[in-house]
Design a protein around this ligand. Sequence first.
Ligand code: HEC
Ligand code: HEC
Length: 208
Amino acid sequence: MLSNNSLERADRLRSSRSKRLAWGGIAALAAAILTNSLRAEPPEKLVHCLECHSETGTSENENVPALGAQRPTYILTQLFMFREGLRVAEPMTDMAKPLTDDDLREIGDFMATLPPPKPLGGPPDPARMARGQALAQANRCLFCHRPDLTGQESAPHVANQREDYTLKTLRAYKSGARRGYDATMAEALQPLDDAAIVELAYYISHYL
Ligand code: HEC
Ligand code: HEC
């Protein structure tokens, strides 16, 4: 049987352990807050990038894609392709030239912390949204980019991407002007005519 004394000792031990745990929790919370506030400040070398792409995650510039909540592997791959001249588009070919492999990783990780893009313009036309969704379903766009269009693995987040950029880039995949990391997108778009591509770009860019 335990004496009163040893019971007290056990109690003290429990309470000091739970204090330690509480302090551990607070320290972890403080670290998380600190990391988040540090993340809000873009690294110096990204300030220029965000003048075009915007640090709100939503791009207000014509034909400039939003990068908020984009998947880090997708960003890394695309910057690699710009740097190696596999995806050719001004000004990115020049912008990517000086970037090291570590830069590509750091940029991907940082962009993923920006808020996801918001839809631009007024409320969408429900009939066009229904047509776009049916096309996206029938052509397996939703299978790879997920039903909420947030992407997975190598398939990018496309929900609320700018309509002008999306239309331009879908046409470029179809014509072969934009080369993907693999042939997935060119193949996915092959059966679709331009009218369908216009509807898909509308649907993607107004996703709520
Ligand atoms: C002067 C404006 C401008 C600046 C500065 C700029 N970009 Fe871009 N960026 C663009 C445009 C325009 C495109 C789209 C190119 C195309 O049409 O395919 C793009 C595309 C991209 C893409 C591909 C996005 C996607 O959805 O496929 C990434 C990633 C990117 N930029 C990252 C960066 C980074 C990192 C920097 C800084 C080192 C940077 N950009 C600086 C204009 C800019
Ligand atoms: C088998 C999987 C798969 C299917 C099906 C698919 N995608 Fe993709 N999508 C990808 C991948 C992977 C990429 C990145 C390709 C690259 O390296 O450029 C991509 C890229 C894109 C981009 C470029 C995003 C950007 O920021 O530049 C858009 C837009 C897009 N897909 C829309 C669609 C639409 C619309 C459909 C249906 C017609 C579709 N996708 C079907 C996997 C898929």
